[in-house]
Design a protein around this ligand. Structure first.
Ligand code: ATP
Ligand code: MG
Length: 389
């Protein structure tokens, strides 16, 4: 029996040009994600996308898993393709759905008849097929209010389809519909979750990571790449810039008051990230900050780091508890990697009593001891790029 994947897209409130952009980007995401699995044909019709595998060895199970991670999809299901005749639909349905129907107790049939020339009307299709299924599976009962399975028959212009329950999709907006932003990624729990959340709202991602060898190790960098590959399963490929940060951190340690170390370091990160972002055509920065979580994430500290970036800084985790963040981290399979114990540059030279409430102007004053421009220039010259997918 020939099978396809049926996809319903999300955010139905979108209209006109936006809707068209949404659908095109979604189809592109689907093509890119499923192409490695074999040749496919994609048909779009009335907020449904039909994925029709063309090659014999198409990996259907893997395709369904990948579809489940594509943003912009509200729900999806596998479906059996039938000729638009009663005989074909009614003979295939009990065979195609047998495995599912054996395992449940109650069902209901729904029919959608887009092709009005089909001889039976929707309620008649439901009655007929309901009767056939009861005959074939005597343990079943019809429950129109709360069935275990809704068997759906769609009679479309080009074919008819039979399916069981739909899976819930990843939701959100197709990646790319909101533009591109630069994710500041550490090796921790929070930043990969932040990247995932913003990709869900339609952003393509670039990433930037600050490394301070020899204080931070090559393993820490590998960890960041592994985390990004987890995020890329949702966001699509990510260009990573690794910035050498050792000289800047040593300069701050040697020349600035200890209690300002963290804030000044974070302001340097923001300055460099904003420059790299603009060079890479990113419209904003993304961080994994959550209000009050650590000394550098109080509102005055955030105000101080924000003031050196001239592009928006998105902080999707700002109002979330650690528990809530960890739940998402586990769901995207990043958690086990995040908790590997490699040092991040933020934990090198950390002061015992970091400032949590800098007054306006204080950081600027402390920074006067640094030659900011040349330090930034050298760091940017030393960037190494890699492509993560
Ligand atoms: P995470 O779990 O993401 O490491 P955190 O709770 O440890 O976050 P901080 O270390 O204060 O918090 O970092 C706050 C944010 O700053 C991170 O979420 C990340 O966006 C950014 N950041 C921290 N360290 C780095 C780094 N080495 N390179 C790039 N960005 C970083
Ligand atoms: Mg961290």
């Amino acid at each position: 029996m020939k099978e396809i994947i049926l996809i319903k897209d999300g955010e139905l409130s979108l209209k006109g040009l936006n809707r068209c952009n949404f659908e095109n980007k979604l189809v592109n995401s689907i093509k890119r994600r499923l192409k490695p699995l074999g040749e496919i044909n994609i048909i779009k019709a009335q907020s449904t996308i039909y994925i029709d595998p063309q090659s014999e060895d198409f990996d259907f199970e893997e395709a369904l898993e990948r579809v489940g991670r594509i943003f912009g999809i509200a729900c999806y299901s596998r479906a059996c393709v039938c000729e638009k005749t009663c005989e074909d639909i009614f003979s295939k349905a009990p065979v195609y759905l047998a495995e599912q129907l054996k395992r449940i107790k109650t069902f209901k049939v729904e029919a959608k008849r887009a092709d009005k020339t089909f001889p039976l009307k929707s309620p008649e299709i439901c009655m007929e097929l309901g009767g056939i299924l009861l005959e074939n599976f005597p343990h079943l009962r019809v429950d129109v209010h709360n069935p275990d399975i809704i068997v759906t028959v769609e009679v479309r212009d080009f074919a008819a389809y039979i399916r069981g329950n739909q899976e819930k999709g990843a939701g959100g907006l197709p990646v790319g519909t909101s533009g591109r932003a630069e994710l500041l990624i550490s090796g921790g729990i929070d930043s990969p979750v932040a990247g995932y959340m913003m990709a869900k709202r339609g952003l393509s991602l670039n990433a930037i990571h600050f490394a301070s060898p020899p204080y931070t190790s090559a393993l820490a960098e590998e960890k960041v790449k592994k985390l990004l590959s987890k995020v890329a399963r949702y966001s699509g490929p990510i260009n990573l810039a690794v910035v050498p940060f050792t000289e800047i951190q040593e300069e701050i340690r040697n020349k600035c008051p200890e209690d300002y170390f963290t804030l000044i370091m974070r302001r340097m990160m923001m300055r460099i990230s904003a420059i790299v972002a603009k060079k890479d055509e990113c419209l904003g920065l993304i961080t994994g900050e959550s209000l009050g979580q650590v000394a550098s994430q109080t509102l005055p500290a955030i105000a101080s780091t924000d003031s050196v970036s001239d592009i928006p800084v998105l902080r999707p985790l700002i109002g979330m508890d650690k528990e809530e963040i960890i739940k998402i981290s586990r769901a995207i399979d990043a958690f086990e990697t995040s908790i590997l114990p490699y040092e991040d540059c933020c934990t090198v030279f950390t002061p015992k009593h970091p400032h949590t409430r800098p007054k306006p102007g204080q950081c600027e004053k402390a920074e006067e001891a640094l030659q900011i421009e040349p330090l930034i220039e050298r760091a940017i010259e030393g960037i190494e790029y890699s492509y993560i997918e």
